[in-house]
Design a binder for this molecule. Structure first.
Ligand SMILES: [Fe+2]
Ligand SMILES: [Fe+2]
Length: 175
């Protein structure tokens, strides 16, 4: 299902527009590589928690979470991303419950935490009170840990706080 969406002209048009907007960006980009990295981490974290990911919710969340930056770069990209996801997913026969869960996680994926707190959350397999909040939290963490601050040329001028920056590749800690 998600693979069909990823070849949908409307999705590709947004990816291309986002690539164009960010072509001179020196900070982390929001491209297919980023989405793939987020998906890999999210898939691992959801599996460790025993969450049902048989419908590839992790992939759908990851590949849509920043797509709305094509329309709302400095505005509320969480909302533009989830609005767009809701339209496409509705057309592709995904259930209302799954769409609501995916869009809730996308709507709540912003915000960073101290990176050591993120690894503590992972190492201890922590969860939130509700299923949707657990998905939202692990999407946020996956988003943050997917970034390679330790080799980024813009590290010194990045607005992220020092404690939020990653100091190693997530694969060394999670896999
Ligand atoms: Fe985002
Ligand atoms: Fe992101």
């Amino acid at each position: 299902m998600i693979d069909r969406i990823l070849s949908d002209e409307r999705y590709l048009e947004k990816i291309n527009r986002l690539n164009e907007i960010e072509k001179d960006r020196i900070y982390c980009k929001h491209d297919l590589y980023h989405f793939q990295e987020v998906y890999q981490i999210l898939s691992i974290l959801s599996s460790r928690r025993g969450l049902d990911d048989s419908k590839k919710l992790s992939k759908t969340m990851a590949y849509f979470h920043d797509i709305g930056r094509a329309d709302s770069y400095d505005g509320n990209h969480r909302k533009s991303s989830s609005d767009f996801a809701r339209i496409l997913l509705g057309e592709y026969g995904i259930s209302r419950e799954e769409i609501d869960l995916i869009c809730y996680a996308i709507d709540n994926h912003s915000g960073r935490i101290d990176v050591e707190d993120a690894y503590y959350y992972i190492d201890n397999n922590m969860v939130e009170d509700g299923l949707r909040d657990t998905w939202a939290k692990i999407l946020r963490i996956s988003d943050q840990l997917s970034r390679n601050c330790y080799i980024c040329k813009a590290n010194a001028i990045c607005k992220w706080l020092e404690g939020e920056k990653t100091n190693e590749n997530w694969k060394q800690r999670i896999c």
